[in-house]
Design a binder for this molecule. Structure first.
Ligand code: SF4
Length: 387
């Protein structure tokens, strides 16, 4: 393990090089927000230093000062080579997008200029023929367009950027280390022009600051102008401890009157969730505006139908239906049904006649599953998802 400071090269950053035991993180069930079974983080910690980042919370990030210290997995490429190689004896890969980004470190934070781990990882993804979903806040991703194009030609690449709003001034307060929303939108337009599927993760909106109808509409309008394929929406979590303390310092400085409002919606939930009433109110605002602008609120089926296994397609569609219903305040058994299917040891198709034996699957769910098995989609899903 080596610790070194490269403050002469990258401002105020301390780097710790470590040897990782594994790189690919496999989810127990396909992740229906990203359409992914596997994720990877090549760096741990993030000098983008977004004020709301939950990577700062105890339990996520243990080493050093979040925002300044970055752990680099220096052997990541050797490990990934072994993990992706078809020669390795293990259960076969589940077809889905490999997710690069998310978690507690942006793959295109400044350290990538030095180590190029993301670039090297993409070379392997290309060599071993996987589709990939990139999620970042950094325009540095443009440097890898050559490899991304190759992957996109053979398989598929989704390029997503996350935003808390498209307001450059607010972003400068809460996202001090990343290019402005205007720059991010320009980069998305660049990738769209180059034939990539692109999306906006409007996550997290910042309570009482970027969750207003005006700013949500502003973001959706821009997404439509750029021709994005979807906008995915989500509220902010705020865990007690380091994350909340850090966030409140900035909040008090720029929006002192809002601290009382925050105490009303963040009432000490273990996961840092705000109250259900708050989330349902912002979800309703988002749904109404997204429907007006006819922008998909989940990754469209057309982008993954040809990639996923039949069972995973069913799981994702059911979970998307679950999302649509729950964010409209309606009850839904579909998430539970999707979970039951993810636990099956045999293919769903082999159970065609016995679907109602599965937990959470009643008559209506059975009908939806059969339709997906027969024609690869569901009319109920289309009705709900149609913006
Ligand atoms: S870019 Fe993402 S991981 Fe990095 S600080 Fe911001 S929210 Fe956290």
């Amino acid at each position: 393990m080596l610790k070194k400071s490269i403050s002469n090269r990258v401002k105020e950053m301390s780097i710790k090089e470590v040897k990782a035991k594994s790189i690919l993180r496999k989810h127990k069930k396909i992740e229906s927000w990203f359409i992914s079974h596997y994720g990877m983080n090549l760096y741990r910690g993030c000098t983008h230093n977004c004020v709301y980042c939950d990577g700062r919370a105890e339990g996520y990030y243990v080493d050093g000062e979040f925002g300044q210290d970055v752990v680099v997995k220096v052997n990541a490429i050797d490990i990934l080579q072994r993990e992706l190689s078809p020669k390795r004896k293990r259960t076969p890969f589940k077809q889905s997008f490999i997710m690069v980004g998310g978690g507690v470190g942006d793959s295109y934070q400044p350290i990538e200029k030095e180590y190029q781990l993301t670039r090297k990882a993409l070379r392997l993804v290309n060599q071993y023929n996987f589709p990939v979903h990139m999620l970042t806040k950094s325009t540095l991703i443009k440097k890898d367009i050559d490899i991304l194009k190759k992957i996109n030609e053979k398989n598929r690449v989704i390029v997503s950027f996350s935003f808390s709003s498209v307001d450059d001034k607010i972003s400068a307060i809460f996202e001090p280390g990343v290019p402005s929303p205007t720059e991010r939108l320009k980069t998305l337009a660049f990738f769209k022009d180059n034939g990539f599927a692109c999306g906006m993760f409007l996550v997290p909106v910042i309570p009482f600051i970027t969750d207003t109808p005006k700013l949500i509409e502003g973001a959706i309008k821009k997404a439509v102008e750029v021709g994005l394929d979807f906008v995915i929406f989500g509220g902010m979590t705020l865990k007690q401890g380091k994350q909340k303390d850090f966030f409140f310092n900035i909040l008090k400085k720029h929006y002192p009157k809002l601290t009382i409002e925050y105490e009303k919606i963040y009432t000490g939930d273990k996961w840092g969730n705000a109250t259900g009433e708050y989330y349902s109110s912002i979800n309703q605002t988002f749904n109404t505006i997204a429907k007006t602008y006819k922008i998909p609120r989940r990754i469209p089926v057309s982008l993954f139908k040809d990639i996923l296994s039949e069972d995973d397609l069913v799981i994702v569609i059911l979970e998307h239906i679950d999302y649509f219903l729950k964010t409209e305040g309606r009850p839904s058994p579909y998430g539970y049904a999707a979970y039951s299917i993810s636990k099956l040891k045999e293919p769903l198709r082999a159970m065609r006649g016995d679907l109602q034996k599965l937990k959470g699957v009643g008559k209506t769910t059975e009908r939806i599953i059969l339709e997906i098995l027969d024609i690869g989609t569901s009319s109920y899903y289309k009705k709900l998802s149609n913006p």
